[in-house]
Design a protein around this ligand. Sequence first.
Ligand SMILES: [Zn+2]
Length: 110
Amino acid sequence: MSILLSDQDKISCKTHKYETCIVADLNTKGKKDVNFLCIKCLLKQHSNQKLTLIEDTKKLISQMKSQKMEKQTKENEAKRETFKNVLSQIKEFKITLDLTFDKMTSFVQQ
Ligand SMILES: [Zn+2]
């Protein structure tokens, strides 16, 4: 059996990118040899779908964090853009008011 060959000759899972197998499934019914499982295979077989590897959970959390930060940055940019637009509209309005006031002043002085 390949598991006894040597310690260095690690059994790896082909399904999960050659993750080291830690479990031997001794139920050989209908199979030629013992089935070796990595931790991911084991979790897959487990009925509780909420189980995940700590490493995968960490990745998921950091992904969620960066997505949240990205969303916040986009919202802040949108707010800044709206503020800039309002400000430029106010400036334009002020220029129009100044021009109108100048015209009225020169009309009165005539
Ligand atoms: Zn596996």
